[in-house]
Design a protein around this ligand. Sequence first.
Ligand code: GLU
Length: 429
Amino acid sequence: MSLKSLLPLEAASPAYICPFDQACSYLEAAAKELRLDQGLVEILSHPRKVVTVSVPVKLDNGEVRIFAGHRVQHADVLGPYKGGIRYHPAVTLREVSALAMLMTWKCALLGIPYGGAKGGIAIDPKCYSVGELERISRRYISELIKDIGPSVDIPAPDMGTSAREMAWMMDTYSVNVGHAVPGIVTGKPLSIGGSRGREMATGRGVMIIIREALADQGRSLVGTRVVIQGFGNVGSAAAELLHQAGAKIIAVSTGAGGVFSQDGLDIPALKAYAAGNRKSVVGFPQAVSISNADLLTLPCDVLIPAALENQITGENVNQVQAQLIAEAANGPVTLEANQLLAARGVTVLPDILANAGGVVVSYLEWVQGLSYLFWDEERVNREMENLMVRAYRQVVQQSKLRQVPLRLAAYTLGVGRVAQALTDRGLYP
Ligand code: GLU
């Protein structure tokens, strides 16, 4: 039985690319390469638990609205479930299920002892007041209280959520169980046991993986021309760190549109501008405006899609000019585009490697919390860098060994480790 029969079909348009089907295709490709037993593949292609809760919330105008809150727990073979909670209008159960599966492979690839999960609510956070978002977050987590826990399932920020939501969730969980439980979430504020370096972690990881990939080609970040789609937590941190390292960020966008400068954008100034412009970069002086579609096809050395999935597709892939693509978002390159890029010899640094910095520092936050010892930022960054560089080297080695592109190499490592653990643990009863 496939999960297709379990998950409601959420969109019927012919252009619809089902994220869960794509995730399963990558799993199947890795399983084929590894010659995995079909029974194992069946187990791994189904999430262990799929929860949708109803989240009733009183809005500021007195109206009561019901939101659907999802949490999908894919596999906990290697440890507690781990993964972010996303607030975005495009959230669907299929998307959350796909992202939960990706988290399983990501954690296994990075060698951190977690399984994969993801949560989400289909809302545009910009349309709600802070009070409404607090009530949504608190009610959502209280509805999931029996399904999560510091050694069961540990949420974290994702698109549309941040340390602020994690603090509300930690407080709600703690009040319900009667004592403070900092380990229930990661990506928390420092005041309640968060880790230094967590906020910049995903962007830092993206920078490290690009730096390593360029070094393998005998190049450096200095002077490298970079285009970034997305200027949220991940895109803006990657932009800042790449800029500091000497790269030229020639274009950046948000959902509202983008800006381009042939000579490179002043990233600190752009960050300050976006902060005062409802997070939009549109209208930034000393740059010309550019659409998201045109931004993806600009001539550049490195393209970083750091927004949503399915951005580089069969439709636009032939116009993409970058020779190196780093998937800072999850699944921004479709299966079809991925094959066409591989045929053209374009290097794609896959999401489960390129954007793993966030969950790596979540792990370091969890470790610090368990040991009641808190590290300075330099130590956090060093430990994270070691884990990221180790995973990058393993992926490159696997790619050479098996003569496969980096994505398949990364998947064979992640999937292979989970499959091995499942085999060793055996099937109960
Ligand atoms: N949401 C991030 C991711 O997709 C971080 C997850 C975490 O820290 O648990 O990797």
